[in-house]
Design a protein around this ligand. Structure first.
Ligand code: PLP
Ligand code: PMP
Length: 529
């Protein structure tokens, strides 16, 4: 069966209603002999001579955090000593710092982006990056990402494709615009990145929570497959029987937000088999997949294989990363969302979607009438920085992964520091909370053990009381219940806090946060003893 006949029934009616035809590319009738050098008085592009920027020069770091913090007088490289909470304004010393920075980068870590690049076709020049460009993405970067997917997560079928978007939030918007509408059931992990749920529901579709196992067992983590199987097999007896069977599953398979869980390959295969049997599309949202690390080991709390140089790039790709659903996708039913947000920076607003050619073409058609191409500035920054690193590596993909692994090493370290500090708290030693082991991402799930609080009658109230203590002690976390798709469905599994080690300034802050967390939990015990 062709991709079109297989996947057309999945399209929302809005796709059918949306007609798009380029008006600016005239088809040349075959009997004409067109002029070889026509002058363009057609397409409404401003000439690049009108752009106010001559060139861009980016000072690129070798490693995360190796920058000078010139908010601070006489700073060395980014320092542990300050806690990031005070930022004196720039003064004369700060100016000197900036000069020092400029000198350092003039030595060779500068990426120059020029107006024209006659010599190096791999570099994207200003005249193309600042101009309107292809909606799918700039050809160099599209090619880079195609080779990247072929190397890291090759789909198990031939006719796949990809298109760029403005961050995964936008990718998801475009996907649900294309595939969801009133009457459509979308399966979602019961705790999830809730903006996606609002997105799904705004199309008129219904988000249906699926039980998630939050546990230490690497084979057990994530979507509860028995629950999912039972729901699908007995759909007509379920409370969702008024809807047709699910058309979509939205999953964050690795370092799940908010639970931190990672689906084993075995579970991925089971879920894929269910998708084949019950005919639904899997939307895989994987912003955290590259941030992989081993389980925290209390016997060896500082273990960091990145810092210990135990991972080669090939090993990272073949053994360390969790395999995308794409790699087991034989029928083209997986849409994978990749984003540069966590591994380059979120302000780029740059992401891409990998999937079968037909669905990608439909998503692209929506982009043609909505956002069009993602920011050209973002695209040339990413492209040219990778090209700067590329000559030292076998492929540009490996050059990129070398940076990604440095970022992952930082997350490994931060996870170690936070877990060690939380394990050292009295509250942990008394068993008042547990930390669910994680192997990816930036979130950990801190479960409150209410059986240790004999006088708490209502755990939800207990969580609220804990929230008050956390505010007083001075640590911001996210309550699990705030990320539930359906409060009633998930209440009993919601007695956890989502803590992230991504944003603290340094180890000292992470340790201080752990103390404050521990103290808050102990104060809760004192109140309910
Ligand atoms: N999806 C998930 C699961 C997220 O946690 C986030 C942000 O953290 C996003 C999507 C948004 O990512 P982006 O910055 O690529 O839009
Ligand atoms: N703001 C925006 C625009 C985001 O996309 C995100 C996360 N992707 C956040 C804030 C932070 O959300 P979270 O705490 O789930 O990472």
């Amino acid at each position: 069966m062709s991709l079109e006949s297989r996947y057309k029934p999945f399209l929302s009616s809005r796709v059918e209603a949306r007609k798009f035809k380029q008006f600016w590319n005239n088809d040349v009738p075959s009997h004409l002999n067109p002029h070889p050098h026509p002058i363009n008085l057609g397409g409404g592009l401003p000439h690049e001579g009108l752009f106010p920027i001559e060139s861009m020069h980016l000072n690129v770091l070798d490693r995360p955090f190796e920058y000078r913090d010139y908010r601070f007088r006489s700073s060395k490289l980014h320092v542990e000593e300050h806690d990031g909470s005070v930022a004196p304004g720039p003064g004369p010393a700060a100016t000197n710092e900036r000069e020092l920075v400029s000198q350092k980068f003039a030595d060779g870590s500068m990426v120059d982006i020029w107006r024209y690049e006659p010599e190096n076709p791999n570099n994207a020049p200003i005249f193309s990056g600042f101009q309107y460009s292809e909606t799918r993405g700039m050809p160099q970067l599209v090619e880079f990402c195609r080779n990247f997917i072929s190397y890291v997560n090759p789909p198990a079928y031939p006719d796949w494709d990809l298109t760029f978007a403005d961050g995964t939030a936008d990718s998801l918007f475009k996907i649900f615009e294309t595939l969801a509408e009133s009457g459509v059931a979308v399966l979602v992990e019961e705790f999830t990145f809730t903006p996606t749920v609002f997105n799904i529901e705004a199309t008129g579709a219904t988000a249906i929570p699926i039980k998630v196992d939050v546990c230490a067992d690497p084979q057990g983590q994530g979507i509860n497959v028995e629950f999912l199987t039972d729901l699908l097999e007995n759909w007509s007896q379920s409370k969702y029987a008024h809807l047709s069977k699910p058309r979509l599953l939205y999953t964050i398979p690795t370092g799940q937000n908010p639970t931190g869980m990672t689906l084993s390959l075995h579970k991925r295969k089971q879920i894929y088999a269910l998708a084949e049997k019950h005919d639904f599309i899997i939307v895989e949202d994987d912003p955290y997949g590259y941030l992989r690390f081993p389980y925290y080991d209390p016997e060896n709390p500082t273990f960091n294989p990145y810092e210990a140089h135990q991972y080669t790039i090939d090993k990272y790709v073949s053994e360390v990363l969790a395999k995308s659903f794409l790699t087991i996708d034989t029928s083209g039913r997986v849409l994978r969302c990749e984003t540069f947000s966590k591994v380059f920076f979120p302000g780029l607003r740059l992401s891409f979607i990998v999937g079968n050619k037909y669905l990608i073409s439909k998503i692209l058609e929506f982009a043609e009438v909505s956002t069009r191409a993602p920011s050209g500035v973002s695209q040339i920054v990413v492209n040219n920085v990778i090209q700067k690193w590329a000559p030292n590596f076998e492929t540009p993909q490996k050059a990129w992964l070398s940076w990604v692994m440095k970022v992952a090493g930082q997350y490994n370290h931060r996870r170690n520091v936070l877990f060690q500090a939380l394990n050292a708290t009295e509250a942990f030693k008394q068993g008042l909370f547990t930390l669910i082991p994680i192997t990816s991402g930036m979130f950990a799930c801190l479960e409150i053990k209410f059986e240790k609080f004999p006088n708490i009658k209502n755990c939800a109230e207990g969580m609220q009381a804990l929230g008050d203590k956390l505010i007083e002690e001075g640590v911001n976390v996210v309550q699990g219940i705030n990320m539930a798709v359906c409060t009633k469905f998930s209440l009993e599994r919601s007695y956890f806090l989502r803590v992230t080690f991504a944003y603290a300034s340094n180890d000292k802050q992470l340790r201080e946060a752990a103390k404050r967390l521990g103290k808050s939990v102990q104060r809760l015990l004192a109140e309910y003893k």
